[in-house]
Design a protein around this ligand. Structure first.
Ligand SMILES: C[S@@+](CC[C@H](N)C(=O)[O-])C[C@H]1O[C@@H](n2cnc3c(N)ncnc32)[C@H](O)[C@@H]1O
Length: 247
């Protein structure tokens, strides 16, 4: 694993994710996914259905091969998924959580892992950049940084859930960020949106996993997410963006 270059510390969310990645094991996480109807995939920390993921990956890696950067790779779910689906790829996973990267290195040993912030992308070129439920909505500076690292014909895929009350604003902001970065955006239809029920089921399972520690920041944060869901439906959006033909 490559050490961080200037990742800011003291960020509550960062600490929360790291704690979460330490507490939850891959098998339990996989069972949680299966119980709410998401396909098995050890290391999954997302609500993205397989059919939509297949569409997204096929758009950015049409030759079923290439160099992949996974921003906020978590436990290496995408690397494992690409392996399981017969892709020929190199994989760089970047995350701010050391515990996530330790799990990713076990789950997808062929990967190279970078402990750093999304704002600190490696100086390399990639055929596909994935941002799955990690940095959302997308902001302009990250979109520009990603665009600079795409190979000719390369593409970026972005997928994230939103409360319905915030969804339009988050979608508009992400599309505007891609456009400002000079990328053409395609919104991809989500085959099986998780809906509030699916997300609720997933969060309930996570709460169960940390029941011995119900006062931990992790448990409190999950309960807060459940309360938010009670206040509104959950939508899910997915995009592919690539350089324009004139570039
Ligand atoms: C919900 S998990 C998704 C993980 C993975 N993409 C997946 O689909 O299983 C979000 C991950 O993004 C990481 N993350 C969030 N914001 C980040 C940032 N600004 N820089 C680096 N990693 C970030 C978190 O540490 C966490 O591991």
């Amino acid at each position: 694993m490559t050490a961080s270059r200037g990742a800011p510390g003291g960020d509550a969310l960062r600490a929360w994710y790291d704690l979460l990645h330490r507490r939850i094991d891959d098998v339990a996480l996989d069972e949680a996914a299966a119980r709410v109807g998401l396909p098995s995939g050890i290391g999954r920390w997302n609500l993205l259905d397989d059919a939509t993921l297949q569409t997204l990956v096929a758009r950015v890696l049409p030759k079923r091969a290439g160099r992949v950067l996974d921003i906020g790779c978590g436990r290496g779910f995408l690397g494992r998924w690409l392996l399981a689906n017969g892709y020929d790829f190199s994989y760089v996973g970047l995350d701010r959580s050391p515990n996530a990267l330790a799990a990713a290195a076990r789950n997808c040993p062929k990967g190279r892992y970078l402990l750093r912030e999304a704002a600190d992308l490696p100086d390399e070129t990639f055929d596909a950049v994935a941002i799955i439920e990690s940095v959302h909505p997308l902001d302009e500076s990250l979109a520009r940084a990603v665009a600079r690292r795409l190979s000719q014909g390369g593409g970026v895929l972005l997928a994230f859930p939103s409360l319905e009350s915030e969804r339009a604003r988050r979608v508009d902001a992400s599309v505007a960020a891609f456009v400002a970065a000079g990328l053409e955006v395609e919104r991809v239809r989500v085959a099986c949106p998780p809906g509030a029920e699916g997300a609720r089921g997933y969060l309930d399972v996570l709460l169960e996993l940390c029941r011995e520690d119900s006062d931990s920041p992790l448990a409190r944060e999950i309960r807060r997410a459940v309360d938010c869901l009670d206040g509104g439906l959950l939508g899910y959006d997915a995009f592919v963006a690539r350089g324009t033909a004139r570039e």
